[in-house]
Structures are given as structure tokens and as C-alpha cells.
Design a protein around this ligand. Structure first.
Ligand SMILES: Cc1cc2nc3c(=O)[nH]c(=O)nc-3n(C[C@H](O)[C@H](O)[C@H](O)COP(=O)(O)OP(=O)(O)OC[C@H]3O[C@@H](n4cnc5c(N)ncnc54)[C@H](O)[C@@H]3O)c2cc1C
Length: 385
């Protein structure tokens, strides 16, 4: 008793936390709504900087850490270039600055899943807190009991949504995750010598092409889950009609929409070709951006018993412009697993979770401000006609 942890969500945060806790002999189960590890596309690559790498080093065994090397995407560069829609660069951050490691998301997830007890097809629908235990209830009618429940269930977190219903009195400061009003639509195409010639700015790393009408196109070299090389592109637009069909996962509609937008704007021929030549089945599910607003008060822990908390995007979804989201998710996992591991037993949940949330939200607030400033900066670089 006293060391069983229920983790909701087998994303980056839930799995990283589980790794840290299993290593310290906590009794951990991860509950994930997806049917299996492969039932959802994992997106392309993710840049992990020193914050995330230090967190992974603290969480993972040296053996797993060394195997993480195989999850890196080779030969894609870690520089960042910002250019206009004609492929004329504004500036470039050269390679080796806070040398970001480029991981293939599916491979990173594979390593983080190893040795973790994950129950698939378990969608959390509600939870109860008796003061001595937390009970999680799932859509299939089953339930699980634990000493602590951690909501690692992403930006649309049901754990966060349920907090005011479960704790009417004594609830602390809950962050409000809101729509960022922008959508990212993307796809990928085989990386061939021709594409390397047509996309010269991409040789050193990712390029963000800022176009008219607050549109931008992010382009990077990457790999598919089977490790075949690809060119990945992601088109960002401000959402005018949230019910537009291309915000559903209809690959044909998404591709048609991107092609039409680019056709009617002065994008470089090579960038138009990139989108035009992308096969329809290589279009990714749309991603609607989110950000987080914090209440003025800093009253932690959020749950008056300290037995339920949030981690990752469920606590602090942020704009993608600085690539800080995942790094903060990993640091949350390091912080919480370190506090739990080093705490005297029996654990004083109120004190421990209060300390975790204070530190986690203070750091996340800064990351969100930086990410929003970066988004404003990029908008300002390409004055709108
Ligand atoms: C286009 C893009 C590029 C990005 N690039 C970078 C980058 O380069 N570097 C970086 O640091 N960050 C980046 N990020 C941000 C980063 O990907 C996220 O911050 C991170 O993946 C969030 O992890 P998470 O575990 O908190 O949430 P998620 O990865 O969203 O995982 C949540 C999990 O919970 C599950 N779940 C949800 N509800 C329930 C339920 N009711 N019951 C059970 N399970 C549930 C979901 O199925 C999911 O598996 C990027 C994001 C985007 C969109």
C-alpha cells in the first residue's frame, strides 16, 4: 500500500513517468484509450533539447538510454531556418545550438513502452477520490484503484475536466487549456535526390516558410515508422470555420484544401510541387493547436487530497513554435518521479503533489509565454497584405 500509481494516457508523458516510477519499484499501470500501440499515427519526428534529454537520462536506465540512440532520425540536421514563401531566408539558427536530438516518435514510444504494464482500450470516463484511494472507471465498465492518479491524457484531458465535478470544495488553481485557433495540416513524400536538390535550405535542418495570410509551411527531412526517408511538410492556417471538412480526418479533403490555398498564393514552385505531389494516403490527421491560461492564484495542490494531478499537455498545452511542449512533458515526468522516489514513506500526498505542481506550473508558464512570443514574432516577420 502507498505506492500504486494509475497513469491515464500512454503518450510521451505517461510512458516517461511510468519508466521513472517502475525503476523505483512503484506499482504502476498505464491505461490508454487506443486499441493498440499502432492504432494511431504517431506523427513525424520530435526535437528533444537539453531539458528533455537530461530528463530522459534521469528517468531511463543507462541500458535503455543507450538504446534510445537507435530512435534518432539520421541525416536530417538540427539547424532551423526561417524563410519567406519564395524560399528566401530571413535567418538561420545554425546546427549545434542546444543541439536538439531528432527522434522518430514511433521509435521513441517503443523504447518508452518497454517493461511498462499498459492496458489498451481503457478510456477513462470518471474517477472517485475516497481520501485514502482513487478509483478510476473506464468506458468498458471496469475500474482500477490506486494511491495516486496522474492525468497524462493530453490537451483534451478528461481528468482535468472532471476535477471541478469531483472536488466541489477546496479545489486549487486549475489551468484552462483553450483552442489556439490555428490548425496544422500535413503529409509526407519519399525523400529522393530530386527533393534534396529542390529544397536546398533543408540540408541543415527544418525550415519554416512564412507565407501570406498568416499561413506557413514547415518542411523537414524525416523518416517513416519503417525508417524509409521522407520529406515531411506541415501547413499552418488560422481557423475561420472550425466545422470545415478539412479539420476532420478526411485525407482527400485536407490535401485538396492545401493544394488550393497554395495555388492561390505566391508560393515558390518547389513548395507547391511538394504539396501537389504528396500521395493522398500520406496525409496526417489534422492537429488543432492549443494553449493554456492560468488563474491568478497559485493554490496547489489542485486536488484537496493531493491524490490526483496532471502531467504534460493536460496541464500546459502550448503553441508548437518553439518545440518546447514535449521537453516540458519529459521534465514533468522527471520531477514527479524524482519527488515520489525520494519521498519518505508513508508519502505525504498533499505536500508532495503541492510541491510538484508549484514547480511544474512555474516552469510551464514561462515556456508558454516564450512559445506565444515566438508565434507573434513569426507573424511579425511576414507582414500581412
Ligand atoms: C506538429 C507538432 C510538432 C511538435 N514538435 C515538438 C518538438 O519538436 N519538440 C517538443 O518538445 N514538442 C513538440 N510538440 C509537442 C509535443 O508533441 C507534446 O507536448 C507531447 O507529445 C504531449 O505529450 P503528452 O503525453 O502530454 O500528451 P499526448 O501525447 O497527447 O498523450 C495523451 C495520451 O492520452 C490518451 N488519452 C486521452 N484521453 C484518454 C482517456 N480518457 N482515457 C485513456 N487515455 C486517454 C491519448 O490517446 C494519448 O495517447 C509538437 C506538437 C505538435 C502538434
Amino acid at each position: 500500500m502507498g505506492n500504486s500509481v494509475i497513469i491515464i494516457g500512454a503518450g510521451l508523458g505517461g510512458l516517461a513517468l511510468a519508466q521513472g516510477l517502475v525503476r523505483a519499484s512503484f506499482n504502476v499501470t498505464v491505461f490508454e484509450r487506443d486499441e493498440s500501440p499502432t492504432s494511431r499515427a504517431q506523427g513525424y519526428r520530435i526535437s528533444i533539447r537539453s531539458m528533455g534529454m537530461n530528463a530522459l537520462t534521469a528517468i531511463l536506465s543507462p541500458e535503455k538510454m543507450s538504446r534510445l540512440a537507435s530512435a534518432k532520425v539520421a541525416d536530417v540536421g538540427d539547424a532551423f531556418t526561417c524563410a519567406n514563401e519564395k524560399m528566401e531566408p530571413f535567418f538561420s539558427i545554425p546546427q549545434g545550438q542546444d543541439a536538439a536530438h531528432q527522434f522518430l516518435r514511433s521509435e521513441l514510444r517503443n523504447v518508452l513502452q518497454e517493461g511498462i504494464h499498459i492496458e489498451w482500450k481503457k478510456r477513462l470516463v470518471r474517477f472517485e477520490d475516497t481520501g485514502r484511494q482513487v478509483i478510476a472507471y473506464f468506458e468498458d465498465g471496469s475500474h482500477a484503484m490506486g494511491d495516486l492518479l496522474v492525468g497524462c491524457d493530453g490537451g483534451g484531458s478528461i481528468v482535468r475536466e472532471l476535477l471541478p465535478l469531483v472536488y466541489q470544495k477546496g479545489l486549487g488553481s486549475i489551468p484552462k487549456v483553450v483552442d489556439g485557433n490555428r490548425a496544422i495540416l500535413g503529409g509526407q513524400i519519399d525523400r529522393t535526390p530530386e527533393w534534396e536538390r529542390l529544397l536546398p535550405l533543408n540540408k541543415t535542418g527544418m525550415v519554416r516558410f512564412l507565407g501570406p495570410n498568416s499561413h506557413y509551411l514547415g518542411v523537414c527531412f524525416s523518416e517513416r515508422a519503417d525508417r524509409s526517408p521522407t520529406v515531411f511538410w506541415a501547413f499552418l492556417e488560422e481557423i475561420k470555420d472550425p466545422n470545415a471538412p478539412w479539420y476532420q480526418f478526411d485525407q482527400g479533403r485536407i490535401l485538396k484544401h492545401c493544394k488550393e490555398l497554395m495555388k492561390n498564393e505566391p508560393w515558390h514552385e518547389n513548395l507547391k510541387k511538394l504539396v501537389h505531389d504528396t500521395p493522398v494516403e500520406a496525409i496526417m490527421p489534422p492537429w488543432l493547436t492549443r494553449t493554456t491560461q492560468f488563474p491568478n492564484s497559485d493554490q496547489f495542490p489542485i486536488a484537496p487530497t493531493g491524490r490526483v494531478t496532471l502531467l504534460g499537455d493536460s496541464a500546459h498545452a502550448m503553441p508548437t513554435e518553439k518545440g518546447l511542449g514535449g521537453n516540458n512533458v519529459l521534465e514533468d515526468a522527471r520531477l514527479l518521479s524524482t519527488l515520489l522516489t525520494s519521498s519518505p514513506k508513508p508519502i505525504d500526498w498533499l505536500k508532495l503533489i503541492g510541491k510538484y505542481e508549484r514547480e511544474m506550473f512555474a516552469r510551464a508558464k514561462i515556456a508558454i509565454q516564450e512559445s506565444e512570443s515566438a508565434a507573434d514574432y513569426f507573424r511579425g516577420l511576414r507582414p500581412q497584405s
